[in-house]
Design a protein around this ligand. Sequence first.
Ligand SMILES: [Zn+2]
Ligand SMILES: [Zn+2]
Length: 205
Amino acid sequence: MSVPSRSVGQRVQIAPIGGFAPDLLGAVADMVARIFGLDVRTAPLIDEIGFAYDTERKQYHSTAILDHLSAAAPADCFKVLAVTREDLFIPILTHVYGEAQLGGSCCVVSTQRLGEGLSKVTDRSAYLERVAKEAAHELGHTFDLRHCRDASCLMHYCRNVSDVDRKRADLCRYCQVMMGDHLTKAAKQRTGRPLEPQLDRIQCR
Ligand SMILES: [Zn+2]
Ligand SMILES: [Zn+2]
């Protein structure tokens, strides 16, 4: 059986699941473009995630969404970042902000819990900053970045929204170097990149 392959472009697709305000998608796209230096396209990829819904928990299983994204990812896309407003979980945790394929192609972030403690009216920019940071964090995992010890680094593991507010909207120098290594490796594989559905996954909450 041949291995399915996709060419390595330098493009990230931001894939909203359901409708989002343009300023939210714009904030995510701007941060992704600035931090990763890649072309960004915003376009839906999957439009519903009912298949991942757990009727007992009344939440969506993020790993099932990743599998679906992997199968749906277009050939010309290097990375896919899905954005949902639904609450995500994995079986061992009450919730996750997101989940990603470590060093793979796909990740998903949820906006559901990122508005905690903020006013919808007056704190819009703080909310957008949290969403963009957590989106870029999940995407960082697909560049093979692990959780970083530096509490001010974008790749720091956040237990709550205060942790998200505390970290900067930037990678530390160490994570920047690691990201560069991943891009170099990916460029060497330019002739074809295997889809890797069995990659390690990393969950963030
Ligand atoms: Zn770091
Ligand atoms: Zn993480």
